[in-house]
Design a protein around this ligand. Sequence first.
Ligand code: F6R
Ligand code: MG
Ligand code: MG
Length: 370
Amino acid sequence: MAKITVSIIKADVGGLPGHVLVPEELIKVAEDNLTEKKESGDIIDFRVFNAGDDLDLIMTHRHGVDSEKIHRIAWETFELAAEKAKELKLYGAGQDLLADAFSGNVRGMGPGVAEMEFTERKAEPVLAFLMDKTEPGAFNLPIFKMFADPFNTAGLVIDPSLHSGFVFEIWDIYESKRVFMSTPEEMYDILALIGGKSRFVIKRVFPKEGGKLPADEPVAAISTEKLYLIAGEYVGKDDPVAIVRAQSGLPAVGEVLEAFAFPHLVSGWMRGSHNGPLMPVPFRYSQCTRFDGPPRVIGAGFQLADGKLIGPVDLFDDPAYDYTRQKAVEIADYMRRHGPFEPHRLPSEDMEYTTLPKVMEKLKNRFEDI
Ligand code: F6R
Ligand code: MG
Ligand code: MG
């Protein structure tokens, strides 16, 4: 049997109200279009979600990653949703569709993409994580914890099939370069890079050679599009998505989810220019209201059955995450009290809106030597 590909392709094509959420009307447009593609056999299965104001398409198929066919389906779905958004006069209708026409691949055209191709195992748990009001580097900490931190993932210590560690593919998104590094051997060097999460982002994780799983088939993939780097100016958020496989030689579902129990600080809140805690929420709370946030993540759990998606399970709909959410709210409040001061506000080079050049220009003749 050919390998299966899971693709998550997402875009913000309009919000209700402002940047709060994707309304039902748009979800329906996307579901109707993907139902047709499923019936025509182009894709095996799909689910449509919203992470705040982002429309997330999860699709399974056998066309591999970067498939023109699949990317075109996503692009057309976003175009149809954007048309609906314009009709409803939603906010920011079509904002992430940066190109006028599809040209073979959605990468660099605005939407974010996480996809991976692999051999479906006898039982294949696949988890999708969809974030809003944050940046691709927001995944660095939880992905590192899942696959490399023995205080998070007990299996790294006690399961012989995880004990040899994993390989991380890390991208320098400023220089467009990548490096493959191994844990546990290079753990400190990896952290030296990925701790700088606005520049170095984990793109994929692979098993090591000689283990239970093929070393060339990813076990996690993260979207790394940075819209402001693509467009050269701020045009919208780069809210990221990720796919993580679990169990039997990989972190257990609970070890994967445990990595989100700490609401770490990420950037991208309000105007893409503030730091705030990442709050794991159930689907029904996937709407960003307080100061357009705080940044949040939903988790959808599936089993694959020959590419069919069985599920979803709403992974953070669990009182065991109430404490994390409560902590996130406390941190949100603490950060908010800083108002325009760093580190709530991002340093000016990381801000997606800034008046600083204009302020400096206005004051240039008033600055004196000291
Ligand atoms: C968008 C976001 C929001 C906006 C803010 C200002 O995803 O994070 O915080 O940046 O609402 O939006 P505009 O400039 O469109 O009025
Ligand atoms: Mg928006
Ligand atoms: Mg968004």
